[in-house]
Ligand binder design. Sequence first.
Ligand SMILES: Cc1ncc(C[n+]2csc(CCOP(=O)(O)OP(=O)(O)O)c2C)c(N)n1
Ligand SMILES: [Mg+2]
Length: 282
Amino acid sequence: MEKSKLKELKLKAFDLRKTVVEMIVKSGGGHIGGDFSVMETLVELYFDQMNISPENKDDKDRDLFVMSKGHSVESYYAVLAAKGFFDEKELINSFSRFGSKFIGHPNNEIDGVEMNSGSLGHGLPVSVGMALACKMDDRKNRVYVVMGDGELAEGSVWEGFMAAGHYGLSNLCAVVDKNNLQISGSTDDVMNHKNLKAQIESFGWNVMEADGNDIEAMHDAFEKAKEVKDKPSCIIANTIKGFGGGEVMENIYSWHHHVPNEDEYKEIMKNIDARREAIINE
Ligand SMILES: Cc1ncc(C[n+]2csc(CCOP(=O)(O)OP(=O)(O)O)c2C)c(N)n1
Ligand SMILES: [Mg+2]
């Protein structure tokens, strides 16, 4: 990727974290930890990888995206707004408010959203159906799905892995946002997947690991996935829950769903600005 574009995307990921904070503080609720861990994945997908925009949103050959960890709706919507699907101010001012179409989980009545989600474990199976249908129609598009690592405790995820491997869905790319935490503690305590790469590979997938908070690393992994022509690909994106918010929130499970108070708000914004400065001066 060109250096100038890389810089632009890195900055965008931090600018959009600020949008997420505003949405959550204004609405009084939101899943900020997982929003921050997955941001680089979403920015790389929407601003570099995927053939999707408000102009081609109904085109049959568009790339398809499923946000299976639907509780990270704030980062998903911030990215869709930045992509021009809807107005960012309207999003910030009405998110999760009574009567708003921007309810607290992805709603497919909204432009750009392919699938309702929030109940974990459904995104991969549905994406398998999408990818299989596209393959049967000989389409050249791709299907992307983002899951959480806690989400992998759902049995339906493993049925999805199994079916995608069986059908050799090379047009399907899954990302696991592996931040090692879920709602109530560490994923290792709740349901460990110590051999995650080998487990997914055993279902007939090409599996790669990458630093999920590094746009360039995710770019390289997505590019490699496109080269694989006989099996689906999965990127295990190693991330930090709360990444970019600084010590006050990084790697702390209680930030799974937490509204920053005034001091925390200032601290998080300061830390995001420091990251932005560092990127600008790179
Ligand atoms: C079927 C189902 N069970 C339980 C929940 C409640 N829940 C919401 S988020 C979450 C933890 C998810 O953890 P993870 O997938 O690791 O997400 P992340 O760390 O990226 O936020 C749980 C259990 C749910 N949304 N759906
Ligand atoms: Mg997690």
